[in-house]
Design a protein around this ligand. Structure first.
Ligand code: G7M
Length: 310
């Protein structure tokens, strides 16, 4: 679907979440004639400095609210072409997508290697491969090939760099790119071992270099990290401008700096097999439900770790 057709037949079921500060709203709904549900995410765009001469000109129609001494407040109607919003649509959306965009309470969960082995890994293995079809489309150049920033084709240490779905490439201070590893056997940072160090060093070094060449940004202005838990279990690395506030996406208990990951593995080759990772999980995340269901029998086996705090 293109242009004005893209939201035709969409009816709103309910608001999943909304954030006044970041001017963001996610909505659950349905397209008429379709069985599945859809998630639509609207974001107001940040003002681009280059548009200021037009925004602050008679092209903007301003209506006075009130005037008091030297103070005045107006509501403005900016030129139509400068009032764009970003619209992301997930159709059809799975329960996991819906829970991801839904307002919910978060808890810190302690994942020991045993919890990973007994609960988390079987959960990851049960996720249908179709959930990361979009990743394979990128790797096979069936999608987003025109947005490719950099490719290292080495099957062991190679990766592809693209702008993240969340970035429209307009403002450098909102830069958000994603490096997708070529190899398909690394689900998350839990799988990383010493023999992956050349891959990780390559992503850090050449990922930063590629972004510097393309956007003129230097490595010191980039946060480079992996999520744990990620939403998609195929290893990828986030490259985000230091001034870009992505909220929970860069919170402690979610974002792990790639340089820290490399340092940990350099110290201990199987660090990520042996460490305990504490992470934030939303109550509506299917993984949280699994952990809650399975912990009682783990406790019966003498297992002490808790969903924390209880
Ligand atoms: O939390 P996790 O590390 O799994 O984050 C996945 C990242 O992939 C997020 O920053 C998403 O915005 C990004 N992403 C998700 N999808 C479905 C796409 C996509 O289709 N294309 C691109 N370029 N990025 C995506």
């Amino acid at each position: 679907m293109e242009g004005s057709e893209v939201l035709r037949g969409f009816t709103i079921e309910r608001i999943l979440s909304s954030d006044e500060r970041t001017k963001y709203i996610s909505v659950l709904g349905r397209y008429s004639g379709q069985d599945g549900r859809s998630v639509v995410i609207l974001r107001r765009r940040h003002f681009e400095q280059s548009t200021l001469p037009r925004l602050l000109s008679p092209e903007t129609h301003a209506e006075l609210h009130f005037r008091n001494d030297i103070y005045a407040k107006y509501t403005g109607m900016i030129p139509q072409d400068l009032g764009e919003v970003s619209i992301d649509i997930i159709n059809p959306a799975t329960d996991k997508h819906i829970s991801k965009y839904e307002d919910q309470t978060y808890h810190m969960v302690v994942e020991t290697p045993e919890v990973y082995k007994l609960i988390v890994r079987p959960y990851i293995d049960s996720i249908p491969a179709s959930r990361i079809q979009w990743v394979y489309n990128i790797l096979e150049k069936k999608a987003e090939a025109d947005r490719l920033i950099f490719e290292d084709a080495d099957p062991e240490t190679g990766f592809l760099m693209h702008p993240d779905l969340k970035w429209d490439e307009r403002q450098i201070e909102a830069l958000y790119c994603i490096a997708m590893v070529k190899r398909r056997d690394i689900k998350s940072l839990r799988d990383l071992r010493r023999h992956h160090l050349p891959l990780l060093h390559n992503i850090l070094k050449n990922g930063c270099k590629a972004l510097s060449m393309k956007y003129g940004i230097s490595a010191e202005d980039l946060r480079v990290f992996c999520h744990y838990q990620p939403s998609y279990y195929h290893l990828h690395v986030h490259f985000v401008h230091i001034r870009c506030d992505i909220g929970m996406g860069m919170a402690i208990g979610k974002a792990h700096l790639l340089s820290d990951i490399i340092g940990n593995i350099e110290l201990l080759k199987d660090y990520y097999a042996r460490c305990t990772l504490e992470m934030s999980l939303g109550e509506k995340d299917p993984l949280a439900a699994r952990i809650m269901t399975h912990l009682p029998w783990l406790r019966e086996l003498g297992y002490q770790q808790e969903f924390y705090p209880e």
